[in-house]
Design a protein around this ligand. Sequence first.
Ligand code: RB5
Length: 365
Amino acid sequence: MRIALGSDHAGYFLKKCIEEFLEGTSFSVGDFGAKNADKSYDYPDAAFSVGEKVASGEFDLGILICGTGIGMVMAANKIPGVRAAFAYDEDTARLARRHNNANVLAMGGRKTDCEMGIKIVREWISGEFEGGRHFIRTEKIRAYENSHSSSASRNGSSRLVTFDHPLIQHKLGMIRDRNTSVKVFRELVQEIAGLMVYEATRNLPLEPVEVETPITKTTAFSLSGKKVAIVPILRAGLGMVDGILQLIPNAKVGHIGLYRDPDTLEPVEYYCKLPGDIGERDIIIVDPMLATGGSAAAAIDLVKRKGAIKISLLCLIAAPEGVSRIHEKHPDVDIFAAALDSHLNDHGYIVPGLGDAGDRLFGTR
Ligand code: RB5
């Protein structure tokens, strides 16, 4: 787990004290914001920098400290995906995590001493979100946030794009439902993939073409030069291909088969067939679930070795762990995910997720 720490000048000493405490734990720490307590530093700059790192999945959690903690929490909560909570004792820290699922903790460096600060952080990092009625409430916040942003939003400055469009979210809700039949699940996966492809192909270059309408001659546009290849990761990725082909019927389709070595748990290639001109194509690797990111990172490695240059990854649901892995190993790759979920459970399943997408697509559960 990675924690991004940020402060202004007024929170600097508490930040250093928390950093020292975290260095003795299993967390790895990133230090942002003020570099000393002497020079005035605007708290929004630290709040935005830490908040964006958490929203993008680059860091799992964030801690922000200014004089009172108030400015930090106000600024951080402007970032979609951030749930920043102000805590001033162990109880507020515990509830911030258990009830509010806060992914950013704010404290006041002029109000909280080092000893209490450590107690607050210890309580917050060791807690777990309780879900249930609290999930319904945090979902209301998220739904409000989504209804006031565009249908696809880039998370901070990162290369992760998530989708808030009501049609996508509605269909996603249906495939999350364990009672959805294989037939309906399969249809919905194709539909969602098709809807997502609008955004994933937003930057395809166009060139002007002269056409004659029944009325007059005019200049219209046509996709220029670059072509698309869709590369599903077997087997679940297959479930998304037809939905994309409906919109880009001329796309070529490559296939990558990977299995997980039972001893090393690393993905091993067992099949790879890609279009010959892969270096000239925009590659869209598809896999419904981005969990640990192991298979996706290996698939990206593989297409790069075969000459691919422009690569995107399209998935239905991503876990922050997978997003971080791809960002780290392949910072040049854009990730398009219909939803960014909470975390992976001990079995490597995305929570809340939708279970095993391959089994649900092919009825092998
Ligand atoms: C800085 O003096 C102070 O205003 C700031 O650290 C913070 O308390 C704002 O909310």
